[in-house]
Every structure is written in structure tokens, then in C-alpha cells.
Design a protein around this ligand. Sequence first.
Ligand SMILES: Cc1cc2nc3c(=O)[nH]c(=O)nc-3n(C[C@H](O)[C@H](O)[C@H](O)COP(=O)(O)OP(=O)(O)OC[C@H]3O[C@@H](n4cnc5c(N)ncnc54)[C@H](O)[C@@H]3O)c2cc1C
Length: 392
Amino acid sequence: MNAAATDLLCVDEDLSAEELDTRDTVREFVDRRIRPNIAGWFADAVFPQEIVPEMAQLGLLGMHIQGYGCAGKSAVQYGIAMQELEAGDSGLRTFVSVQGSLAMSAIAKHGSEEQKHRWLPGMAAGEIIGCFGLTEPTAGSDPSTMATTAVRDGEGWILNGAKRWIGLASIAHVAVIWAKAVDESGQERVRGFLVPTDTPGFTATPIEPKLSMRASIQCDILLKDVRLPADAILPNNPGLRGPFSCLNEARYGIIWGALGAARDSFDAALAYSQQRIQFDRPLAAYQLSQAKLVNMALEIQKGQLLALRIGRLKDEGRLENHMISVGKLNNCRIAIDVCREARTMLGGNGITLEHSPLRHANNLESVRTYEGTDEVHTLILGQRLTGHSAFR
Ligand SMILES: Cc1cc2nc3c(=O)[nH]c(=O)nc-3n(C[C@H](O)[C@H](O)[C@H](O)COP(=O)(O)OP(=O)(O)OC[C@H]3O[C@@H](n4cnc5c(N)ncnc54)[C@H](O)[C@@H]3O)c2cc1C
């Protein structure tokens, strides 16, 4: 398979044969199953659930979780797969993130052995869909203000509250719900609960209409006296660090994924500018067009170097939290700029669904917002650099 036009420094040569194989396999899947259909799915606001089994066969669900039916691939392989998937559409990469990096990783990191055996193999096979409920109508960037409660009910628990923007919730079989619970010592802590979505009192309603992420589902969840058995609680999550450790997994995937959307937009602009004739010459022959293409390619390539560095550090166990903020902030920021710039090169045709850049740019409005907004990651890095927290 040809190297991407944006790979000016031949970064792909630093990838192993296995990593290149992951790239080519997912790229082929995207070309065959996503590209021919995505404009229709996006226009009709449809999440194509029928492609989930093939995604599972490719090992994309819980891809770098070890054991329990998961593929157990490296962080770099997972990142490469997310880049290829998001070149198709951010909504479909978001599905894999919610299922694998959020719901499955919550169980893998914080669940009991029994919970892992009960849920993870079915989730890796795509037979069980999961979701991850942290955000609430009044608690977004600051989840410590969440209002959802878990109160003791004999040996079990009763959950009450509301969640907002929860990916996949209306089609999920199990929801990981984060709630404030009072433990045996009388201390209030954020704890995770595994809630089968057919439990009485659980309802999920898709948020519609959306101008972004139209090929994916996000919902409002209502929890009204949801009764759970004692073994529904994730035994190993230490307060808010529990959900944050899962968010870091999803943020890592975004560092790579956003570049896929940017690369696909660049490719669209390059191809269009070579065949579109204005003032008797192809657009690609004009200096202003070339400057746009060069600036886009440089940003994508720098973003890829950053992603690969972060991926290698993750595989070596040397990744620190602030490094994830470097990648998430930079790569979302440059990706959305690249998509918008690519759209300008397509002129009026660029605002139709026949071309990908504006669809990608609209999706990236969500990507730069979830898993920590630009501002939140700026504050994390500001604190790292200055030693002062400017969050409140
Ligand atoms: C498509 C999509 C999918 C999502 N999926 C999920 C999911 O599966 N599960 C889940 O739990 N959540 C999910 N979310 C929620 C997402 O994580 C939140 O939207 C995000 O954390 C921001 O919260 P908010 O929307 O409430 O915005 P707010 O926190 O209200 O922020 C609004 C604005 O204020 C800024 N701001 C906030 N605090 C500060 C500050 N201290 N200083 C300066 N500026 C500040 C923010 O950066 C932002 O620009 C999803 C969201 C979207 C859009």
C-alpha cells in the first residue's frame, strides 16, 4: 500500500511489520465498509450497528486489553487502528472508544475477576454493547460536582440521578455508571456501578438533532430508584481517579484518531486541487493552494510524530498524564484547522456530503470537547508548567 502523501519524513518506516499490517487491515475495512456508506449514515443520523461484528472480528474492541477474549495488541497498534478508523468517520472511532477504552477498560481496570469474566469476552466479540456514564446535565468539565447518588439498600444499592451525552446508551446492554456513594467508613466517594440497561428505572433517550457525530449515538440517561445487587459495584476504583484512568485511555486513542480525519481531509483537498481547473490551470499549480497543502501536511506530520512518541512511551510504561494532554490538545486543534482549510480548497462543493472535510470538521467539534475540552487540557498543562492550578 502506498505511503500517505503527508508522510514527508517517512515516519511509516519506523513502524514494525505488525504495525503496518494493522494499518493496512483497518484501512481496507474502512475503504470497503465505511467510505461507500458514510455520507448516507451521516445524513440520516444512523449508527450502522451491522458493522459491529466485523469490527469485533478485527479485534478493535478492547484492542489493547490483555486476556478475556481481547486482542491484547500494543498501544501503538491500537493508535494506528484508530487513525485509520477515524479517516472513515469520527463517529465510528467514537464507538470503538466508548466500548473499548471507556466501558471495557473500566471493567478491566476496576472490576473483580468475576465481573471481567462475565462481561469482557462478550464485549470484545461485539455481542454486548457497553456505555460509560460520567457527565451529567450540570457536571461536565468538573465531574466532582456530580449529583448522581448510590445509597445502600441492604447488601445492594439504589441509584438516582441523570447523565448526559452518554455514547451508545440507548443500544447498550450494560452501563458503567459513576455515582457518589457513602462507604463503610462514612466517607463519600465516586464509585463505578455495572448497570444492566434492562434494570427497572434505567432509561436512555438519544440526543437529537445534532450537527456533529451524526453517525453515532449519544443519550440522556435517567436513573430513578435503580436497584442493584451488591456485586454491581466495581470493587477497585479509588474515587474520581477511577473514571479518569479510563478517560486517559480514550484520550490516547483520540491523539491518533483526530489525525485520521485530518489526513483524509488533506487527501480530499489534494486530489480535488489537482483536477479542478480555474483560470486555465489546476488549483494545485497555484502558490496559495500549495501553501495551504504544505501547511496542512506539516501539521499532520508533526502530529503523527507526537502520536508515535506518546504511543511508544505508553508501550514502555513511561507515559505521564500531562503527556496525554499535550497530544489531545495539539492533535485536535491542528486536525480541526486542517479539515476547515481543506474545505476551503473545495469551494462550494466542499459544503456537500460528497466530500469529507466539512463532515470531519463538524465531528471534530465533538472530539475537541469530549475527553477534556481544549481549555481543560490547557489548564492541565498550565498547572504542569507553572505549579499553579487555575481550574477554580
Ligand atoms: C459527542 C459527545 C460524546 C460524549 N460522550 C460521552 C460519554 O460517552 N460519556 C460521558 O460521560 N460523557 C460524554 N460526553 C460529555 C463530554 O465529556 C463533555 O461534553 C465535556 O466533558 C464537557 O462538558 P460540558 O459539555 O458539560 O461543558 P462545560 O464543562 O459546561 O464547559 C463549557 C465550556 O466552558 C469551558 N470551561 C469549563 N471549565 C472551565 C475553566 N475552569 N476555565 C475556562 N473554561 C472552562 C469548557 O472548556 C467549555 O468550553 C460526550 C460529549 C459529546 C459532545
